[in-house]
Write a protein that binds this ligand. Structure first.
Ligand code: ZN
Length: 144
């Protein structure tokens, strides 16, 4: 499946992900967080295991920063491997990559990321990750 199809599916799935988030917590903020998690799949999708030049869908100004940010991941992870593309595992791997780089930047800046993360609302994170997992699962199905 080409990147544009993945992108369209991710955007389309943001609506049901948002509705599911709303129904789970009975508040619009939860729906918005779940939809945002799904839309985050436009930037942190499973095909980040490809070199940037081969990713045929970039989001405007996020293209170059995204290419730089994901370069090490693309170098280390084989394309369409279980680590990047399997549902749950791929989502967790990319989240760990993002958190690892965030931790590195925070450490270089002298910020204690652990203290900051301790203040994060766990339910909101779960909704966001759930939305992202929906986008990743759709990507996996479409790649078959
Ligand atoms: Zn793929």
């Amino acid at each position: 499946m080409n990147g544009r199809s993945h992108q369209a599916a991710t955007i389309a799935l943001a609506v049901p992900a948002g509705v599911a988030g709303y129904l789970l917590a009975d508040c619009w903020q939860s729906g918005a967080i779940a939809a945002a998690g799904c839309l985050a799949g436009l930037w942190m999708h499973p095909d980040r295991d490809l070199p940037a030049a081969k990713v045929d869908y970039q989001i405007g100004l996020l293209g170059l920063p995204g290419a730089i940010f994901w370069a090490a991941y693309a170098w280390a992870v084989p394309h369409r491997s279980w680590f990047s593309h399997w549902p749950i595992v791929g989502t967790a791997g990319r989240l760990a990559y993002v958190l690892g780089l965030a931790w590195l930047v925070a450490w270089l800046a002298g910020v204690d990321l652990v203290v900051w993360l301790a203040a994060v609302d766990v339910a909101a994170v779960a909704l966001f990750v759930g939305g992202l997992a929906v986008a990743d699962a759709a990507h996996w199905v479409m790649d078959w």
